[in-house]
Structures are given as C-alpha cells and as structure tokens.
Design a protein around this ligand. Structure first.
Ligand SMILES: [Mg+2]
Length: 212
C-alpha cells in the first residue's frame, strides 16, 4: 500500500442513489431532460452541461437543496472502509462533479474522516446560482485527473460509478467500477475490479495489500 491514495466519486458511489442527478431533475427539470441524455451520450461536455443546469436554478432554492440532501443514504461498508484506510494510513480523497454543500450535508459527521473534498461550489448572491470549481479543465467542471495529478508520487486507486469518473478511471492504475462506469471501461478495454459495496473494495484491498 506504499503511497496508495484513494480517489473516490460521491454520487452513486458513496451514496446508494444519484443525489446530484436527482437534485437536477427536481430543481431544473426541463434543463435536465434536455441536457442529461447529451451528457450520457457524451455529445456535450460535463463542463458545459453541468454548468448550464446548475446556473438555471434560482439561488432561493439553496435551502431546499440542502433539505433534499439530508435524507440520502450512504452505500454499505463505507464507514468501515474509512476506518480501515485510517488504520492503514491510506488517504481518502473525495472528488465529486456535484455540489459541495450536498456532499457535506449527506456525509454529516463523516466529513471529518475524509482527508480532502473536491467538488463544485455554488455562489448564491445573484438571482441564479453561479458555479465555481478550483479544478475546472478541458471537458470537466471538476477535472478529476487534474486533482489526481496534484498528488504526485502516489499510486492512485479510483472508485466510481459513471461517466464523470471515466477520465480518472482511465488514468488510474487500479480502478473499482460499477454501473455505467464499468460499461464505459469495457468499451475502452480498461481493466477494472467490479464492486457493489465498500465491503467488496475493503476485501480486495486487504488481499492486495497482503493484510489477510
Ligand atoms: Mg457518480
């Protein structure tokens, strides 16, 4: 596990359901219906599409979005996985293409067990949301590969579930993929480990790191 570091997606990965997509469908239904298929079909960049959808939502919806996030469930084995990594001294970095306030609301006290969180920040001073991202680049609003590259001399382990994780997964030597991400990686013939919950990942890494 020398220099290993975990880069983990949030929506549909840490959460059992897609909270960010769910929020966009709820608060920007028309935009989401128009743009979401283009994103999955990779006909529009995440950078453009996610920004368009978020910036179509009135700032007054901010408290409702926090409320919307409160009830979302975390996938099983996550808390145990964080504790496992802590005992192994392996950092856990959360990289989300979604909104920071949603991530922090869902995680609650667990946020303190996470080494770093990268996500999209919302500015709410205008009539509509304004989007800020420290790592906006190329096709992504949160360029996960750029985040990974900001941790040099490490062995990245990527965990994800969908299109926002594709570039990160292609760049990481070890990838845990489920759902759409697994399909995309099949197309790219990039090897990955299939997973369902964090117990699977912990079991695999225990063996990989010769701990069992
Ligand atoms: Mg996801």
């Amino acid at each position: 596990m020398m220099n290993s570091i975990i880069f983990c997606d949030f929506d549909g990965t840490i959460t059992a359901e897609e909270t960010f997509v769910g929020m966009l469908k709820e608060f920007a239904p028309e935009m989401a219906a128009e743009i979401m298929p283009l994103l999955y079909g990779r006909e529009m960049t995440l950078r453009e599409g996610v920004r368009k959808m978020l910036e179509s939502i009135p700032s007054r919806c901010y408290p409702e979005i926090i409320e919307f996030s409160r009830t979302k469930k975390i996938r099983s084995g996550f808390v145990e996985f964080l504790d496992f990594l802590k005992t192994q001294g392996v950092p856990f970095v959360l990289v989300s293409g979604g909104v920071r306030v949603m991530v922090e609301t869902v995680l609650g006290d667990l946020s303190s067990k996470i080494d770093q969180i990268y996500a999209v920040d919302l500015e709410t001073s205008g009539a509509y949301f304004k989007v800020h991202s420290e790592f906006e680049a190329d096709t992504e609003l949160v360029a996960k590969v750029k985040v990974m590259e900001s941790y040099p001399n490490t062995e990245p382990i990527a965990i994800g579930d969908s299109v926002t994780d594709l570039n990160m997964a292609l760049a990481a030597p070890i990838v845990f993929a489920r759902d759409r991400l697994a399909q995309y990686l099949d197309e790219y013939q990039k090897p990955y480990i299939h997973w369902n919950d964090f117990c699977d990942i912990q079991a695999y890494l225990s063996e990989h790191w010769n701990l069992s």
